[in-house]
Design a protein around this ligand. Structure first.
Ligand SMILES: Nc1ncnc2c1ncn2[C@@H]1O[C@H](COP(=O)(O)OP(=O)(O)OP(=O)(O)O)[C@@H](O)[C@H]1O
Ligand SMILES: [Mg+2]
Length: 250
């Protein structure tokens, strides 16, 4: 399967010289990346190399030590709390753990970001927004269920629906297929392609699942020692003779 590339290349997200250490533990050492409009970029890296740290920096769940992050024309690291909150509503984040609240129903989980981010003076049909978001992930009808009653794949879908409800322009997916069986993982990969197509989102997908990379990536970036070590299409990187790149494909 080939992944069609975006037609209009314009940068939506630019990361320059990003650095982050936790005490002695140096994680990001000058990471650079540009993601163009409509593109799915997969960041590939071994466990513990800083993939989650990287995308948490983009929404400032983690504050980096140095560097610049520009998303949709805004310098994220310079934003005050209020405009940062507005930007966060434009960036969908699928957490590695799905991060659903088991004490709330599916419907309440989806309403949560709405209540936080929607403007007070506009009247929204919340029920319809929830239904539409659930339909996009083919889980309409689960509104009254608890996330604890759902399978891992369904939880991922609900996590995606919860981000889609705010109509994000950028999506950050952290290990969307990890822990899922191959068939469910493939469904999630298809869903991410559908989201890209239908909502015209620009995405960073963190993964070390090579099927996910092959199916979803317009471009692949290899994160090694805190930097972008190599980048290219899946097919380009698959042909690489570099031993660090080859290990992902063996
Ligand atoms: N909040 C934190 N405080 C201290 N250290 C952290 C914090 N978050 C991450 N780290 C450290 O940063 C490094 C990178 O972690 P990160 O979660 O980004 O790895 P990862 O590439 O996402 O791995 P995995 O594939 O297992 O999810 C690890 O050494 C981790 O211990
Ligand atoms: Mg991670």
């Amino acid at each position: 399967m080939t992944v069609s590339g975006p037609e209009n290349a314009a940068p939506i997200l630019t990361i320059r010289n990003l650095k982050k250490s936790f005490g002695e533990n140096t994680v990001l050492t000058g990471f650079n990346l540009t993601v163009n409009k409509g593109e799915n970029v997969v960041v590939l890296g071994r466990s513990g190399t800083g993939k989650s740290v990287l995308i948490k920096c983009i929404v400032r769940l983690i504050d980096p030590d140095d560097g610049e992050i520009n998303v949709l024309g805004k310098e994220i690291l310079k934003l005050d709390p209020e405009p940062l909150d507005v930007m966060r509503a434009r960036i969908g984040f699928l957490f590695q753990s799905s991060a659903l609240y088991d004490s709330m129903t599916v419907e309440e989980n989806l309403e949560f970001p709405l209540r936080r981010h929607l403007r007070k003076h506009i009247k929204y049909d919340v029920e319809k927004l929830v239904k539409d978001a659930l339909e996009s992930v083919r889980l309409d009808g689960t509104q009254k269920m608890s996330p604890a009653e759902l399978s891992g794949g369904m939880r991922k879908r609900i996590g995606i629906a919860r981000t889609l409800i705010l109509n994000p322009e950028v999506m950050l997916y952290d290990e969307p297929t990890t822990g899922l069986d191959p068939i469910t993982a493939r469904e999630i990969n298809h869903l991410m392609l559908e989201v890209q197509e239908k909502f015209k989102t620009t995405s960073i997908i963190i993964s070390h699942d090579m099927n996910c990379v092959r199916m979803t990536a317009n471009r692949v970036v290899v994160l090694i020692e805190g930097k972008c070590y190599a980048e290219g299409s899946y097919d380009d990187l698959k042909k690489s003779q570099d031993k660090h790149v080859k290990q992902f494909f063996d």
